[in-house]
Design a binder for this molecule. Structure first.
Ligand code: SF4
Ligand code: SF4
Length: 386
């Protein structure tokens, strides 16, 4: 099989996202990860997705996958992120570091990571498109692509400037299909216009669509009592044309079991199911939840080490389901946990609360969902700290 046919004939569409691996304390639970990897492969799936910036993930890939399975039995994607580095050299060094950490020898898929309006020019300035082309020429990269979080006009511009790109990774899910901030449908259509295959990220919207509002759950249950809400979300995107892989960020063995069970013998959504999705989109269009996917891109540089996604998770209990008491309890737990795990010296310790935010806005520059984090933290403080 040639490299290009391999790209276009991925046998099973589900991809294993390695961003939210199970944890034991502060470390990744390697033993559980091994079981998840083994089950995924046993059921005929092959696509694994990590990134230089996912903490511990590339090392976990080496231990759970690379050192335990024949290299040709799976495909591995990783990503170079220039947004958080200060020099071209640092950006390019990420490639060698990823090779060393994973021990993969080469990457089947290599992506420039998380291109957005405020950072894509840096990838040009650092010559990273040519850098990736050189590595591809050298056989160290089989297929080159980029992941993208911006509007369809910019996507069109980048794909026109870089026709050499093999594939694009986009955020597509049924909740964001017509959401102007994410533009799932419009970006999908631009990528297809350029003839690119698509890797889908956030099909379950960071887990939010695994536990949608009650009205959506009931709607799905009426049509198919046995299908989990997550299965609806993943099958929706896998039913689109031109999908190379649908990434699901799996966090435990049970999720791997569930995802692989309905994707092993994948059936596209039928007409009745498509109608139910349209109704769910209508319901969610009125949802007040914060659209955080828990990617944690915002937390690294926060001078106050505020657990932003965990606070938003708690806040969504109040916003989506009116569970204010539960939201307050969860909020207290997450700020206490952040204080326990904080790395700063004792005398500099802060409370890690929403109200500690100093509005420096470094987090907002990293957020692929374009959430007005400082406004939402202010709202969380007013609601959950009283
Ligand atoms: S704006 Fe607030 S939450 Fe964001 S990085 Fe600054 S202090 Fe942290
Ligand atoms: S606030 Fe934005 S950057 Fe932070 S975890 Fe949520 S989606 Fe990711």
């Amino acid at each position: 099989m040639t490299d290009s046919t391999r790209l276009y004939t991925n046998p099973q569409k589900l991809g294993f996202g390695l961003m939210r691996l199970p944890r034991r304390g502060l470390s990744i639970d390697i033993e559980q990860t091994k079981k998840m990897v083994d089950l995924f492969l046993e059921r005929g799936f092959t696509y694994f997705d990590t990134a230089f910036i996912y903490p511990g993930s590339e090392d976990a890939v080496r231990k759970a996958l690379i050192e335990r399975h024949p290299r040709e039995s799976f495909t591995l994607a990783t990503k170079l992120n220039a947004a958080m580095v200060l020099t071209e050299k640092q950006a390019k060094n990420e490639f060698e570091t990823s090779l060393r950490r994973t021990g993969a020898g080469y990457f089947d898929y290599y992506l420039l990571h998380s291109l957005m309006t405020n950072n894509y020019k840096k990838y040009d300035r650092y010559g990273l498109w040519d850098f990736v082309a050189e590595k591809k020429e050298a056989g160290l990269i089989k297929h080159a692509g980029f992941s993208f979080h911006a509007d369809p006009v910019l996507l069109d511009e980048i794909l026109t400037a870089h026709p050499e790109v093999d594939f694009v990774q986009l955020q597509i899910n049924y909740a964001d299909w017509e959401n102007p901030g994410i533009a799932s449908r419009a970006n999908y259509e631009v990528a297809r216009k350029h003839g690119k295959q698509i890797v889908v990220m956030e099909p379950v919207k960071g887990g939010n669509l695994a536990n949608p509002p009650k009205a959506v759950k009931e709607l799905f249950r009426k049509v198919n009592p046995d299908a989990s809400p997550a299965s609806w979300a993943i099958r929706f995107v896998a039913s689109l044309d031109g999908i190379l892989a649908v990434l699901s960020g799996m966090s435990n063995l049970q999720q791997t079991e569930d995802n692989t069970s309905y994707m092993q013998h994948f059936q596209p959504l039928n007409d009745e199911e498509q109608k139910a999705i349209q109704e769910a989109q209508r319901i969610l269009g009125h949802s007040a939840s914060i659209p955080c996917t828990a990617c944690h891109y915002c937390t690294d540089g926060c001078p106050k080490q505020i657990p932003i996604p965990e606070i938003f998770h708690a806040m969504n209990k109040h916003l989506a389901n009116g569970q204010t008491k539960e939201a307050k309890e969860e909020y207290q737990e997450v700020v206490d946990a952040a204080a326990r795990e904080a790395k700063e010296p004792a005398k500099l310790q802060t409370r890690h609360m929403a109200s500690d935010c100093i509005v420096c806005r470094q987090c907002e520059r990293q957020c692929p969902q374009h959430i007005r984090i400082t406004d939402e933290l202010k709202r969380a403080a007013q609601t959950l700290e009283v």
